[in-house]
Write a protein that binds this ligand. Structure first.
Ligand code: RNT
Ligand code: ZN
Length: 416
């Protein structure tokens, strides 16, 4: 009997069907962020990321052009299994002859046509989109949609509106919804004199962005809150309470980034709280080390808890899983693959739980057995089921890194 057969029997003893888990895993889309490949720089002239976020490290091989980024994504995605989506930022517009002439408030669908062509070519499930309200000279005193300067605020409103139109184009082309995630870095370094007025301006700006007519079956809009950013430690305009109430009253959804809360708060507990009220919830899965540092996602306990909340609540089509991290200190392709595979591993782990049995134990207040079973499950051979998943999806086990190493030697090291 091979290892998978043995594992299958061991899980079956707990009423868990490993074949069904493998099949289900292949259907859960993960939206992979383009910005791990170039340290969130983009192609519209920003230089380095600013707006309270920062990449650290100087590993060779950062993608500097659309061609290089696509080449890297092509390799990275070929080493991931299951349904994949590409998450783009507006700053990755491919402007061509419009470079230097057309600003972010006037980006058009055609500036993303090469991405659509590419996504279709590599067989992606869809494209998600983010307006880029940071790393740009039109940010005034660190503010965009909440700026007291009307010209500045209007510029960024037009950017948001342009992005809604682009998202509808992306959805139509890909035949799959497009999630538009709004995150702004607006905030203050020190104790504010006014916390309310910037929020009222943000509220008004968002309403103006959403006033653009769009097809809600194609475009899903989310708002992403945050606690603080670098240099913006004392006040974030787009706070959790602000956006949850905004989303609830406007019929859009919330995006939960697990680096964006106070250290003992967990997104695994927020997902079911939101599912009680919203049809959809979006995620940015990341790993903060002591702060919102956006380290590569590892297979940690909280990731497994997040995956459990998605799987056992039958919410795999309600929770839109996206990755959001950027590490410039290691091979960027490897960073992509490790993080995406860990998301998949966590989902598999969740799919292999005897969830119904455990839930019944909880309802019957059978907490002793619940603990025993939860702990027994932890040492079952998940790795053998994971290997089988990769095998069925025609992936080699651990030798994927050899391909990355060869690519690094041949392609990445030549980028100077
Ligand atoms: C920043 C937010 C935001 C960005 C990306 C690039 O703290 O998490 O989502 O990381 O939009
Ligand atoms: Zn995020």
């Amino acid at each position: 009997m091979n290892r998978y057969q043995q594992a299958k029997e061991m899980f079956a003893a707990y009423g868990v069907d490993t074949d069904a888990a493998i099949e289900k895993l292949a259907t859960i889309p993960v939206s992979v962020h383009c910005w791990q490949g170039d340290d969130v720089v983009g192609f519209d002239g920003a230089g380095a990321a600013s707006g309270g976020i920062q990449t650290t490290g100087n590993y060779p091989g950062r993608a500097r052009t659309p061609e290089e980024l696509m080449e890297d994504i092509r390799l990275a995605f070929s080493l991931m299994a299951g349904k994949l989506r590409l998450n783009l930022h507006a700053s990755y517009a491919i402007l061509g002859k419009d470079a230097g002439k057309v600003d972010r408030d006037a980006y058009r669908p055609e500036h993303f046509a090469p991405w659509v062509k590419f996504a279709k070519e590599i067989g992606l499930d869809g494209i998600d989109f983010n307006p880029t309200f940071f790393s740009h000279p039109k940010m005034k005193d660190g503010l965009s949609l909440s700026s007291p300067d009307e010209e500045t605020r209007k510029f960024w409103i037009r950017h948001g509106q342009a992005c809604i139109r682009i998202a509808e184009y992306l959805a139509t082309e890909m035949g799959s919804h497009c999630l538009v995630n709004i995150w702004i870095s607006d905030g203050l370094k020190d104790v504010p004199a006014d916390r309310l007025t910037p929020r009222l301006r943000l509220k008004d700006s968002l309403d103006e962005i959403l006033s653009v007519p769009y097809d809600k079956s194609k475009v899903r809009v989310a708002v992403e809150s945050k606690v603080f950013g670098i240099g913006l430690e004392s006040y974030t305009v787009g706070s959790n309470e602000f956006y949850q109430n905004y989303a609830a009253t406007r019929g859009i959804c919330c995006l939960l980034d697990n680096g964006h809360y106070h250290p003992t708060e967990v997104v695994s507990d927020k997902i079911p709280s939101l599912l009680a009220f919203y049809d959809t919830v979006a995620l940015h899965v990341t790993r903060g080390v002591r702060w919102d540092s956006d380290h590569v996602v590892l297979l940690e306990d909280e990731l497994k808890e997040i995956a459990k909340e998605i799987v056992r609540n039958d919410a795999t089509d309600k929770v839109m899983i996206g990755l959001d991290y950027f590490d410039a200190s290691i091979n960027r392709i490897s960073a992509w693959v490790v993080g995406e595979r860990n998301m998949d591993k966590a989902l598999l782990y969740a799919l292999l739980q005897p969830s119904k049995t455990l839930q019944k134990m909880q309802d019957e207040a059978n907490f002793t057995e619940q603990m025993v079973l939860q702990e027994e499950m932890k040492t079952l051979p998940y790795g053998d089921v994971w290997e089988e998943y990769l095998r069925r999806n025609k992936f080699a086990g651990a030798d994927w890194f050899e391909q990355v190493r060869a690519y690094e030697n041949k392609v990445l090291k030549a980028r100077r």
